[in-house]
Design a protein around this ligand. Structure first.
Ligand code: NAP
Length: 283
């Protein structure tokens, strides 16, 4: 069994972005910029935002944090986003989720200029991904594919089972695996006997949000398991959707939690910001 080390892979990605950024700055280009908008106070979101700021700094990307009151109206929030759309020093705009209940997340995501939509949730970018002409794809799914490729894992022809069909993980990930010529099954809360699908798969990706959901009797010998979940167990410790102790010995490759998909998500956010920056400085 080999561990897919998201932390190390993310560091390599960050370093290569920093080199490219430094080269462009040496040629007289401006510094790339990422704006992170956070609405209201949520301890988990605050911690994610801090990690993103730290990662930006390490990659040579300027980060701007915009903290807004949870009572903000949707109209005012959209005005703030439009200011960032017009800001020539900002290449990427990220709206930290979840948003307060009175705000329509689709309206917010679709207000972001698709060129600066580094989370890839704008309908234009999702549509481009759907027809195989991706510009900025969502970071977590993109990070998963990148991690597998980093370890030279052949994807073409593999049977993949994703558990979870959210718009931010499950669905875009299914599209990315299809692009890699995998055969994809997507399970969800109404799927009967998910173990039938997982046992028949080469790669299993639980993105459910339930601690230790994937048990060893759901996994075949030699499977590759990518754990997307970030949960807190009964002892208050961070754990994934995989019952790691029992599943890992059966796997050919597995991601740990923490240190697997999480750092890759942030690395791919930096990469998406760099892609947007390249497009904007050359337009
Ligand atoms: P979500 O929007 O809550 O979606 C969860 C999905 O799991 C839904 O599609 C749901 O099915 C399915 N599901 C729930 N119970 C199930 C069951 N018993 N059997 C099969 N499927 C079931 O969650 P998400 O935003 O995709 O996130 C999933 C997990 O990944 C969370 O732990 C989250 O914290 C984590 N996450 C991690 C990263 C990272 O960077 N590592 C990024 C994003 C999310 P229905 O559609 O039928 O309800």
């Amino acid at each position: 069994m080999e561990i897919l080390d998201g932390r190390k892979t993310a560091k390599d990605i960050r370093k290569s972005i920093k080199i490219k950024v430094d080269e462009l700055i040496a040629q007289g280009k401006r510094v790339p910029g990422l704006a992170v908008v956070i609405v209201g106070f949520d301890p988990a979101s605050e911690s994610y935002v801090k990690s993103k700021e730290k990662a930006c700094k390490r990659a040579g990307i300027y980060s701007k944090l915009i903290k807004l009151e949870s009572e903000i109206s949707q109209e005012t929030l959209l005005e703030e986003i439009n200011k960032l759309n017009r800001d020539e020093n900002i290449d990427g705009i990220l709206i930290q989720l979840p948003l307060p209940a009175h705000i329509d997340p689709d309206a917010v995501m679709n207000c972001i200029d698709p060129i600066k939509d580094v989370d890839g949730f704008n309908f234009i970018n999702i549509g481009s991904l759907c027809v195989g002409k991706e510009y900025l794809a969502p970071c977590t799914p993109k990070g998963i594919i990148r991690l597998l490729k980093h370890y030279n894992i052949e994807l073409s022809g593999k049977k993949v089972c994703i558990i979870g069909r959210s718009n931010i993980v499950g669905k875009p990930l299914a599209l990315l695996f299809l692009q890699e010529n995998c055969t994809v099954t997507v399970c969800h809360s109404r799927t009967k006997n998910p173990e039938f699908h997982t046992l028949n798969s080469d790669i299993i990706v639980p993105a459910v949000g339930i601690s230790k959901f994937l048990k060893s009797d759901m996994v075949s010998e030699g499977a590759i398991v990518i754990d997307v979940g970030i949960n807190v167990d009964s002892d208050g410790k961070i754990c994934g959707d995989v019952d790691y102790e029992s599943v890992a010995p059966k796997c050919s490759f597995i991601t740990p939690v923490p240190g697997g998909v999480g750092p890759m998500t942030i690395a791919l956010l930096l990469e998406n910001t760099f892609i947007a920056y390249r497009k904007l400085i050359s337009s």
